[in-house]
Ligand binder design. Structure first.
Ligand SMILES: Cc1cc2nc3c(=O)[nH]c(=O)nc-3n(C[C@H](O)[C@H](O)[C@H](O)COP(=O)(O)OP(=O)(O)OC[C@H]3O[C@@H](n4cnc5c(N)ncnc54)[C@H](O)[C@@H]3O)c2cc1C
Length: 423
C-alpha cells in the first residue's frame, strides 16, 4: 500500500499541468499515473517517415497572458504564430470560414436563402436547443446550409436534440446588421477565437507535453487505474493499492464514474453521459498543392466533416516537397479499404490532392472520447457529478474530467487552478 497526499489520474496536458503547478508551489507529495507508455494524452504527436502528425489538428489557442507566457517558457524559440486560412466547402464552392461571416461568397441561390432567413429570424430570449440558438442568431438559411448539416454530421444528432451550453465562446455571432452587410461584402474584421493560433516550430503539438513531462517528477507511466473507492480513499493500480487524501481526475467523466466502487448513486450517473467519437485518417503525399489550414465539409455526401493540412502548421511537419493531412470522420465509420478509397476520391474531386501526388504513408486513428455530447441531460448530470465528487475530495479537471467543450489552454489553466485548490 502506498500513501500519498494527492493522486492524479491521467498524464495528458491537464494532469501534467496539475502536477507541475503543485511542484512549483513546493508540494511534491503527489503521484501522477498514466496508463500508456508516453505522457501527453491527446496532445501527443507521432513521428513517421519524416512527418509529424498530431491527434488530428492540435493548435494552441492562447488567449490569456498566463497561458502565453507559460507555453513560451516551455518552448523557447520553438513557437510560431500562424494565421488561420480556413474554408467551408459548400455547393461545389469554397467559401472562407466562418460561413456566417462570408455569405457574399455563396452561390446566388443559397445567398438569397440566407438573406431571406436573416430578415425573419425567430426570437428566442433563452434558446433551449442549439437549433433555436442558430435560428435566433442566424436565421433559417444559414442554419439550413451550414449549421444543421455540419453539426448533425459531427455530433451524430440534429441540433434540435442538442443544447447550446457549449457554443458561446466558439461560434462567432455577428449582429443582425453585420450579417446583412456581409451578404454583399467581405468583412474586414477577423471572426472567431482562432483567427491566429500558436504552434511549435519543431516536434508538433507533442513538443509542448514532452517539454512539460520532463519537468514533472512523480509521473508513473504504464500504470492504469482500475478501480477507485472514494469512501475509503483508495485506488487500485492493477495489483497495487494507493491511499490518498485528495484525488484529481482528468479521465473522461463517464469512464471515471464507471471505475468507482461503493458510491452507487455516482456510478449510475455514467449512463446519462454520452460520448462522441471521431475517426481520423492521416495521410502524407509527395507533391505541392492548395494551401489551407483546414476545411469544413458540412454535406452528408462527404464522409468526413473536416480536413486539416498538418504540413501547413509548421514547415518542419513534413519533408520538403511533401504535404500531410488529417481527415476527420464521425466515429460511426470504421476503417476499411473502401472508406479509404472513398476519402481519396473525394479529396481528388475537391482538388485537395491531385492525381500526380504520390502517397507516402497513411494510417487510421480512433479517438473514442473526442467530445462530450451536449444533449438535454448533459449539463445537470455533470453539475451533479462534479459537486458530489468534490464533497468526497475528488476534483475533476480538463475537457474530459469536467466533460465540457474546452481546449488546451483550459487544461493548462485548470491544472493551475486545481493545484491552488489543493494547496
Ligand atoms: C479531434 C480533436 C481535436 C482537438 N483540437 C484541439 C485544438 O486544435 N486545440 C486545442 O487547444 N485543443 C484541441 N482539442 C482538445 C484537447 O485535446 C484537449 O483539451 C486536451 O488534450 C485535454 O487534455 P487532458 O489531459 O484533459 O485529456 P487527455 O489528453 O485525454 O489525457 C487523459 C490521459 O488519461 C489517460 N488515461 C485514461 N484512462 C486511464 C486510466 N484508467 N488510468 C491511467 N491513465 C488513464 C489517457 O491515456 C490520457 O493520457 C482537440 C480534441 C479533439 C478530440
Amino acid at each position: 500500500m502506498i500513501r500519498i497526499h494527492t493522486l492524479i489520474l491521467g498524464g495528458g496536458l491537464t494532469g501534467l499541468s496539475t502536477a507541475y503547478h503543485l511542484q512549483q508551489a513546493g508540494h511534491s507529495d503527489y503521484l501522477l499515473v498514466e496508463q500508456t507508455s508516453q505522457p501527453g494524452g491527446l496532445c501527443r504527436s507521432f513521428y513517421k517517415d519524416g512527418f509529424t502528425f498530431d491527434c488530428s489538428g492540435h493548435l494552441l489557442h492562447l488567449h490569456t497572458a498566463y497561458g502565453k507566457k507559460w507555453v513560451r517558457a516551455l518552448l523557447p524559440n520553438n513557437l510560431r504564430r500562424v494565421k488561420r486560412n480556413a474554408w467551408v466547402y459548400t455547393h461545389d464552392t469554397y467559401i472562407p470560414f466562418p460561413f456566417q461571416a462570408n455569405l457574399y461568397a455563396l452561390p446566388e441561390k443559397q445567398r438569397r436563402e440566407c438573406a431571406d432567413g436573416l430578415k425573419d429570424r425567430p426570437v428566442y430570449a433563452t434558446p433551449s436547443t442549439f437549433k433555436e440558438w442558430c435560428l435566433t442568431s442566424f436565421g433559417k438559411g444559414i442554419y439550413k446550409h451550414f449549421f444543421r448539416p455540419y453539426n448533425t454530421k459531427l455530433w451524430g444528432l440534429p441540433p434540435s436534440r442538442l443544447t447550446c451550453d457549449w457554443c458561446g465562446p466558439f461560434i462567432p455571432r455577428p449582429s443582425g446588421p453585420q450579417l446583412q452587410q456581409m451578404l454583399s461584402k467581405k468583412s474586414t474584421r477577423p471572426w472567431g477565437y482562432n483567427t491566429y493560433f500558436y504552434y511549435p516550430v519543431h516536434g508538433g503539438c507533442g513538443a509542448l507535453v514532452e517539454a512539460l513531462a520532463k519537468r514533472v517528477l512523480n509521473l508513473r507511466l504504464n500504470t492504469r487505474v482500475t478501480s477507485i473507492d472514494l469512501t475509503t480513499k483508495t485506488a487500485r493500480l492493477g495489483t497495487q493499492t494507493v491511499r490518498f487524501d485528495y484525488l484529481v481526475n482528468t479521465l473522461a467523466l463517464p469512464q471515471f464514474l464507471q471505475l468507482l466502487k461503493n458510491t452507487p448513486a455516482l456510478s449510475r450517473l455514467a449512463s446519462r453521459l454520452k460520448t462522441v467519437s471521431v475517426l481520423v485518417y492521416h495521410l502524407a503525399v509527395r507533391g505541392k498543392g492548395k494551401k489551407f489550414s483546414w476545411i469544413y465539409f458540412p454535406h452528408s455526401k462527404d464522409p468526413f466533416f473536416r480536413v486539416g493540412q498538418q504540413s501547413s502548421f509548421s514547415p518542419y511537419n513534413a519533408p520538403k516537397g511533401c504535404r500531410s493531412f488529417y481527415v476527420e470522420l464521425p466515429g460511426i465509420y470504421a476503417p476499411s479499404r473502401q472508406l479509404e478509397k472513398q476519402i481519396w476520391n473525394s479529396l481528388l474531386q475537391k482538388g485537395i490532392i491531385t492525381r500526380y501526388d504520390e502517397k507516402i504513408t497513411a494510417f487510421w486513428q480512433k479517438i473514442p472520447a473526442a467530445y462530450a455530447l451536449f444533449d438535454k441531460t448533459h449539463t445537470a448530470t455533470v453539475q451533479k457529478a462534479l459537486c458530489q465528487l468534490e464533497e468526497l475530495d475528488c476534483l475533476c479537471a480538463g475537457r474530459y474530467g469536467r466533460w465540457e467543450y474546452s481546449f488546451m489552454e483550459t487544461s493548462i489553466l485548470q491544472g493551475r487552478e486545481t493545484a491552488q485548490k489543493l494547496l
